[in-house]
Design a protein around this ligand. Structure first.
Ligand code: BJ8
Length: 385
């Protein structure tokens, strides 16, 4: 079993969330506005322009799932059940401290869960068009973005000015660039950073509420890792390089990402919402802000969109740029959109890119760890041979 590379002061994802509870409590005591969010489609710039803090409400861990199953079907994505269960049992301090929730009609499970969540707290649900390229899709989505602005203004009794929106766009674009540069350290061969750190730092960043501080940290860590590569890694032999795709992996970091690296491969990149999916695509700073925000978020390549060709283009680029030797797709149980798209992903990876592909379907329990290890081990052996 190999040790994965982690810095001395490494903070795990659950630890980062715990620390964030305290920062959020402090912000609440200082009278800051707090908006709970879930998804990459969320127009964070509007929240920023409302002088509010956005906090991610996605659940991890299996402890709140039995409570969720009192109202939700068992055969539902664990991310949805964990998110609802933690709010319904009042065990999610992020939800507790949120003044309101901003959510989008992405997959069927999530959108129906938001209806139940709306019973607990004010929940603004943005209607997402079913396909980004459909006739009128942009106009429809732009009106939805406009309605978030209006709701934030009414809810907080404020005015979101164009100046504030433009400042928020600039700030978030700088943050996107810092995150992307950090991610792209994974392109170095051999990589000086573990995928476990990549996944943890980027998802934990959603719980760092001071964006300037976050940018500073990411820039510094990127410099450290680039120097480390020059001093210790350059010219050395690389382990098999894996690109992760599929559903978000923050709830299965230990179960899948850590195990891939302990079993002998490097996770070098993520083609999912824990990766650069939307970071590569800044918001146009010159256009009318509402139009630019609507255009940007409509380009997110999620499987909830039909059709979703942009995902394959992004995946192809990442396979090349990160020099991936194989692709592992993580499918959360009962996630129909990613599960259906996985057949096309498999064909794209094995036929067009000519590298091996493995799909792992799992949930937040630990019962299938042995089976997952066996499959990952065999996949790495195949890449090594
Ligand atoms: S933009 S990936 S964050 S929707 S895994 S809850 S799709 S059943 S999380 Fe997602 Fe936004 Fe898309 Fe990204 Fe449903 Fe699938 Fe569960 Fe999912």
């Amino acid at each position: 079993m190999e040790e994965i590379k982690l810095p001395k002061d490494f903070v795990t994802y659950p630890e980062a969330r715990k620390k964030a509870f305290l920062s959020l409590k402090k912000l609440k005591e200082e009278g800051r506005r707090i908006v709970g969010v879930f998804c990459t489609y969320t127009p964070w710039e509007l929240i920023e322009a409302a002088d509010a803090v956005a906090v991610v409400l996605c659940g991890i861990g299996e402890e709140n799932i039995p409570a969720a199953e009192k109202r939700l079907p068992k055969n539902l994505c664990p991310l949805i059940k964990a998110s609802y269960g933690s709010a319904a049992t009042d065990r999610c301090p992020f939800f507790y401290f949120s003044d309101m929730v901003l959510a989008e009609t992405t997959c069927d499970g999530k959108k129906k869960m938001y209806e139940l969540r709306g019973e607990l707290k004010h929940c603004h649900i943005m209607q997402l068009p079913p396909g980004a390229g459909g006739k009128g899709a942009l106009e429809f989505w732009k009106a939805e973005v406009e309605s978030v602005k209006e709701d934030l203004e009414d809810f907080y009794g404020i005015k979101i000015t164009e100046e504030k929106l433009r400042a928020a766009i600039r700030l978030r674009n700088r943050e996107r660039k810092a995150i992307l540069d950090f991610y792209e350290v994974g392109r170095l061969k051999p990589t000086p950073i573990s995928g476990y750190e990549l996944n943890t730092v980027v998802t934990s960043n959603d719980y760092a509420f001071d964006i300037e501080e976050k940018i500073k940290y990411l820039e510094q860590r990127t410099r450290e890792l680039t120097d480390l590569y020059e001093k210790e890694y350059k010219g050395k032999k690389s382990r098999p390089r894996i690109l992760i795709t599929g559903c978000p992996t923050h709830g299965v970091i230990d179960k899948v990402i850590r195990r891939i690296e302990e079993l002998g491969a490097d996770v070098v990149g993520f083609e999912n919402c824990c990766g650069p999916r939307e970071k590569k695509d800044p918001i146009d700073e010159e256009k009318d802000p509402i139009t630019a925000i609507a255009e940007k978020y409509l380009r997110v390549n999620c499987s909830v969109m039909s059709p979703n060709p942009g995902r394959f283009k992004a995946m192809g680029e990442q396979i090349d740029e990160y020099q991936a030797d194989g692709v592992i797709e993580v499918l959360l149980q009962a996630c129909h959109t990613f599960a259906i798209e996985s057949d096309a992903v498999k064909r794209f990876v094995t036929e067009e890119k000519d590298i091996p592909y493995l799909a792992i379907t799992t949930d937040y329990s630990m019962t299938d760890q042995g089976q997952i290890d066996t499959r990952i081990g065999a996949f790495i052996e195949l890449l090594d041979s």
